[in-house]
Design a binder for this molecule. Structure first.
Ligand SMILES: NC(=O)c1ccc[n+]([C@@H]2O[C@H](COP(=O)([O-])OP(=O)(O)OC[C@H]3O[C@@H](n4cnc5c(N)ncnc54)[C@H](OP(=O)(O)O)[C@@H]3O)[C@@H](O)[C@H]2O)c1
Length: 342
């Protein structure tokens, strides 16, 4: 009896894994092109999807700048990558997306050293417990500040070098969670100054049990991922005719350390991690859609769209992205990052 149950469960898991492999897709064969001569920036390159993205670019001979907040963690990542390939060039530059001064310093240094930028991968992000009410150095809600505002400012400051490399690409890693983000809450961030109020997040009883912290249930995180998607959309509109194209994507649900600082009790988190390890994408698979957006020849004439599993996103899933919202977010982001004085 027990033997039969074990065989059924084992068989079920194997079938599920085969189904997931099909769903997750494979690396696009068009990506197998050399990236030699290309200058690439990957934010949050020292861990998870960012590290595997950097590895894939290195294998393709690119010159990759690992834009990381912690230099020693970035050097650890280089060590890991160098165990697998000697191709490409890897350079670490310090970048804290949660600090406008750091973003400006990074961009000034990059613009001084490099003639052009072929591919910018806006990948770094945080997903923290909403109860922590953490803010960035400049006083903004931490998810909105790091995941959106930091990348908004960085991209704006690097635009001339991206134009100099045209045809060039800006790839912004959003998430499925953008579907449950709220534009009204995001636009309410205008009030979140260092001395001002935070937008109000409310949670149902079920949210509070578990979902409040993780994935789509984490409202500040979902809002920041919606901001990523709206940003990429508006950027495409503003860059039309410049030769700089923009792509937003969900990497899938990937087994990385993104949820590690959510203070979920270890007795729950460790078993969940063990099960998810089997079911989720590995970080290596998690970078496939990023690489597809960064290099695929199929996307050469596309801009402003969203992708998942190395394919265009079903347009039905994207009805939340409205042009008027993307324009409003753009104007707000310019004001908050100090590009337009308040
Ligand atoms: N994992 C998933 O299932 C999943 C699903 C959908 C979307 N995504 C998206 O995929 C992207 C990569 O996530 P991941 O899963 O690879 O997460 P991860 O393993 O936690 O990596 C996040 C990276 O962002 C960096 N980072 C965090 N705060 C930063 C800051 N202030 N300045 C600069 N870098 C900072 C981290 O650096 P430190 O090591 O210094 O913290 C780390 O390198 C994110 O945009 C995430 O929203 C992930």
């Amino acid at each position: 009896m027990l033997g039969t149950i074990l065989i059924l469960v084992g068989g079920g898991l194997v079938l599920l894994r085969l189904f997931l492999n099909k769903l997750y897709g494979t690396v696009d064969p068009n990506n197998e092109i050399s990236a030699k001569g290309k200058i690439v920036i990957v934010t949050g390159a020292n861990a998870g999807v960012g590290r595997s993205t950097t590895l894939e670019f290195a294998k393709r001979d690119a010159h990759v700048i690992l834009a990381c907040r912690d230099i020693s963690r970035a050097n650890e990542a280089i060590k890991y990558i160098r165990e697998q390939t000697t191709n490409g060039q890897l350079v670490v530059m310090q970048l804290d997306l949660g600090c406008f001064e750091s973003v400006r310093k990074f961009a000034t240094e990059f613009n001084r050293k490099y003639e052009k930028l072929d591919i910018l991968v806006n990948n770094g992000a945080v997903m923290l417990n909403p109860d922590s009410h953490l803010k960035t150095t400049d006083g903004y809600e931490i998810h909105f500040g790091v995941n959106h505002l930091g990348h908004f400012l960085l991209t704006k400051l690097l635009l001339e070098k991206l134009k100099a490399a045209a045809p060039s690409r800006i790839v912004t890693v959003s998430a499925l969670a953008h579907n449950v983000g709220s534009v009204n809450r995001i636009l309410g961030m205008g009030k979140t100054t260092a001395s001002g109020e935070q937008p109000k997040y409310t949670y149902s009883f079920v949210d509070r049990l578990f979902l409040k912290k993780i994935g789509p249930g984490n409202k500040p995180y979902s809002d920041s991922k919606l901001a990523n998607a709206l940003f990429s959309l508006e950027l495409a509109r503003r860059l039309e005719g410049s030769g700089v194209r923009t792509y937003a994507l969900c990497p899938g649900i990937v087994n990385t350390g993104l949820a590690d600082s959510l203070d979920i009790p270890k007795f729950l988190y460790i078993p969940i991690k063990v099960i998810l390890r089997y079911l989720l994408k590995t970080p290596e698979q998690g970078c496939w859609t990023t690489m597809y957006c960064a290099l695929s020849r199929d996307l050469i004439n596309e801009s402003g769209l969203m992708y998942q599993h190395c394919a265009a996103w079903d347009p039905k899933d994207r009805i939340r992205l409205k042009e008027e919202d993307s324009v409003e977010l753009w104007n707000l982001s310019e004001r908050l990052t100090g590009i337009i004085p308040p």
